[in-house]
Design a protein. Structure first.
Length: 362
């Protein structure tokens, strides 16, 4: 009986009413009716107040505390809520303890989820990099062992296999360099060398470099820009060249044979917007959020056939983040994809301003 709020309230109410009646019975003016009424009133009031206090400020909070500890023990923290507001407004110290434990459990659960995600990422990364390294290494081993087994005597075979082995080693070198570059960017080791340059001229250079690749796949590259406007930006030219190179190269590589790649350079109020659009197969919606991850490929088999390290978009993303910008992507299955980014527009300096000091000197 004494383990419930009603039982405790009943006993304490009887004790208080008994004390009240005993005290009033010492007074000569107290009649039997007065004593009975006083006893009933004191019992009722005491019972209600004590029961309310115990039920809402003690027992209910203890019950919630037990439930919370049970969930923590079972690692079932999905239904926990952050109770910071109730922690400030509650009068019950037990409720405050409950809220603190609740907040602590939520924080630990978030840490556990983060650790689990990181562990999963590490497993995927190790599996991906092992696969990427294995391909050129095994290929090179195959060519060299074939030569050592006797094919070296045939000059034509020797040259062919040596060239293939060299190509595989070049691919391995590109992969390692990309990994080092990405790691240095994430750790902040690589510094950016900002300068003013013409973004239009940079894109034309990239197009010229990829002209042979595009012609082999019969892909036409179109560049749309306003010749009368200024396209000067302030950025790291070498790294922005790599971003444009990666986006245009991908638009050619993953396009249909005989497709089109359209590059738009738009002058906005205080920025330059670059859009690279292809009319290829497009990217599924479930893959759009992951294409900037290391080694992530939408079509594994096709991507391996086409080559590449799978790090280009991840590097481009980090380069643009270093320029306080970001890369955006929109894609429709069967219609193609559009990648875009912005850079600051540098205002063109007027010639009259440059010549003004000379005019004053003469």
């Amino acid at each position: 009986m004494l383990n419930t709020s009603k039982g405790i309230s009943f006993v304490l109410g009887l004790a208080i009413s008994a004390l009240m009646v005993a005290f009033l019975s010492l007074l000569e003016e107290s009649s039997y009716q007065v004593l009975l009424l006083a006893g009933l009133l004191s019992f009722s009031i005491s019972y209600l107040l004590i029961n309310f206090t115990l039920e809402f400020l003690v027992f209910r909070e203890i019950s919630n505390l037990y439930l919370l500890l049970e969930k923590i023990q079972k690692k079932d923290l999905t239904e926990l809520n952050d109770s910071g507001k109730s922690l400030r407004s509650s009068l019950s110290p037990l409720h405050k303890i409950n809220a603190v434990i609740n907040s602590y459990a939520i924080a630990r659960q978030r840490e556990i989820e983060t650790l689990q995600k990181n562990a999963e990422f590490r497993r995927e990364f190790i599996a991906d990099i092992s696969h990427e390294l294995k391909t050129p290494i095994f290929a090179t081993q195959g060519y060299i062992h074939t030569l050592l087994d006797g094919a070296m005597d045939d000059k034509a075979v020797r040259m062919k296999f040596l060239k293939r082995a060299a190509k595989s080693l070049d691919s391995l070198d590109v992969l390692v360099q990309d990994l080092l570059t990405l790691n240095q960017m994430e750790s902040g080791v690589i510094k950016f060398n900002f300068s003013d340059f013409d973004l239009k001229e940079l894109i034309l250079e990239v197009m010229e470099q990829l002209e042979h690749k595009a012609s082999k796949r019969k892909v036409a590259i179109h560049f749309d820009f306003d010749q009368e406007k200024n396209h000067t930006t302030h950025a790291d030219r070498q790294k922005i060249f790599r971003v444009c190179q990666n986006l245009i190269f991908n638009a050619v590589k993953y396009n249909h044979e005989g497709g089109d790649v359209k590059i738009h350079l738009k002058v906005q109020k205080n920025s330059l917007l670059v859009e690279v659009k292809d009319n290829g197969p497009g990217i599924p919606p479930e893959d759009l959020k992951r294409i900037f991850e290391r080694f992530y490929r939408v079509e594994k088999s096709r991507s391996k056939k086409e080559g590449g390290t799978g790090l280009g978009l991840a590097i481009a993303k980090h380069i643009l983040e270093g320029h306080k910008s970001k890369i955006n992507v929109a894609s429709t299955l069967g219609k193609g994809s559009v990648f875009s980014f912005s850079l600051p527009l540098e205002k063109e300096k007027k010639t009259s301003e440059k010549e003004a000091p000379t005019a004053q000197a003469t």
